[in-house]
Design a protein around this ligand. Structure first.
Ligand code: HEM
Length: 259
C-alpha cells in the first residue's frame, strides 16, 4: 500500500506472484527498519556493529527506487514545461540532485510504513473538509440519484448549488469494504487512494494541490512524535463529538499526553 502510494506501483507484498526483485526490496526495507531501530538503542555503541549488510541493503533499496524517482522528476519537469510554455534548459547536475532527493523522500515514506494506511483511514472517517459544494454554470445532469430507486439522472439547472458530503460519502455503501464506520487501516491493503469515492482532497480539476505535501508532512510529524517521545497517551475524558466549522473538529479538543 505504502509503495503504491509513494512509487505509484505496488510491491505485491500480499501476492503469491511477487517478483524476486520486489521480494528482495521488501526484505531490504524490513531489514533497514530493524537495523535503524537497533542502532537507535545502541547509541554510540552502534559504531562497533558491522555495517556491510546494512550498506548493501541501502544500495539495493536505492537502486530499486531510483527509476521511480526519475519518472517523478521527469513528470515534474514536463508539468513545468506545460505550465510555463518554455522547455527547461537541460541542467544534468541539478536533475541528478533532484532524482537523488526524490529517492530519499520516497524511501523515507516507505520506511514510515503503516502511517499512510493509518492516515488514509483517519482522513476517510474524519475528512478535514466535511462538506463541499459547486454552483452549476450551465444546465447539466448528475448521472444517478433520480427516480424512485435512484438509478436515473438528476437535472441540475444553471445556478443550482450542489452540496456534497465527503463525510457521508466515505461512510456509505460497501466500496470501502465491510463496516465502513470502523477504523480499520488494514482495509487499505486492498484499496487505492485513487479510488473514485475517496475524496478527502476532492478530485478533478480543483483537486487539492497541497495533497502530496500534506501527506508527507503528516507522515513526518507522526514519525517524529513517535521517535521523540517514549509514550503517547490519550487524555481525553469526553466523547469524541464532531463539530463542523471550516473543517471537521472535535468539540472537546484533542488532549494528548507526550512523555
Ligand atoms: C490534510 C491536509 C489537507 C486537506 C484535507 C485538504 C483538502 C482540500 C480540499 C478538499 C480541497 C478542494 C476544495 C474544493 O473542492 O472546493 C482543497 C483545495 C486546495 N488546497 Fe488543500 N488540503 C490539505 C492541505 C493543503 C496544503 C498543505 C496546501 C498548500 C500547501 C493546500 C492548498 C490547497 C489549495 C490552494 C486549494 C485550492 C485549489 C483550487 O481551488 O483549485 N491544501 N484542499
Amino acid at each position: 500500500m505504502q509503495a503504491q502510494f509513494s512509487l505509484g506501483e505496488s510491491v505485491d507484498a500480499q501476492s503469491f506472484n511477487q517478483s524476486e526483485e520486489k521480494k528482495q526490496f521488501v526484505e531490504d526495507l524490513l531489514f533497514l527498519k530493524k537495523r535503524i531501530v537497533q542502532d537507535g538503542f545502541r547509541g554510540p555503541l552502534r559504531h562497533f556493529s558491522p555495517k556491510g549488510s546494512f550498506l548493501r541493503s541501502c544500495r539495493r533499496a536505492r537502486e530499486y527506487v531510483t527509476p521511480y524517482a526519475m519518472r517523478q522528476v521527469e513528470q515534474q519537469i514536463s508539468n513545468q514545461e506545460k505550465n510555463d510554455g518554455i522547455p527547461p534548459t537541460p541542467d544534468h547536475n541539478k536533475r541528478d540532485k533532484e532524482i537523488s532527493q526524490c529517492t530519499d523522500q520516497d524511501l523515507s515514506i516507505l520506511l514510515a510504513n503503516d502511517s499512510i494506511s493509518t492516515t488514509l483511514s483517519a482522513m476517510r472517517l474524519f475528512p478535514a473538509a466535511v462538506l463541499n459544494a459547486r454552483v452549476a454554470n450551465k444546465h447539466s445532469t448528475l448521472p444517478t440519484g433520480g427516480g424512485a430507486d435512484g438509478s436515473l439522472p438528476v437535472l441540475v439547472r444553471k445556478g443550482d448549488i450542489v452540496v456534497f458530503s465527503t463525510w457521508a460519502r466515505h461512510r456509505l455503501g460497501k466500496d470501502f469494504g465491510e463496516n465502513p464506520d470502523k477504523f480499520y487501516p488494514e482495509r487499505w491493503e486492498n484499496l487505492s487512494p485513487e479510488m473514485p469515492g475517496f475524496i478527502p482532497f476532492n478530485k478533478g480539476p480543483r483537486i487539492c494541490p497541497g495533497q502530496q505535501y500534506a501527506l508527507v508532512v503528516l507522515t513526518y510529524i507522526v514519525t517524529r512524535v513517535f521517535q521523540t517521545f517514549s509514550a503517547v497517551s490519550d487524555y481525553n475524558t469526553k466523547e469524541w463529538t464532531e463539530r463542523i466549522s471550516m473543517t471537521l473538529e472535535n468539540e472537546n479538543g484533542v488532549l494528548v499526553g507526550l512523555e
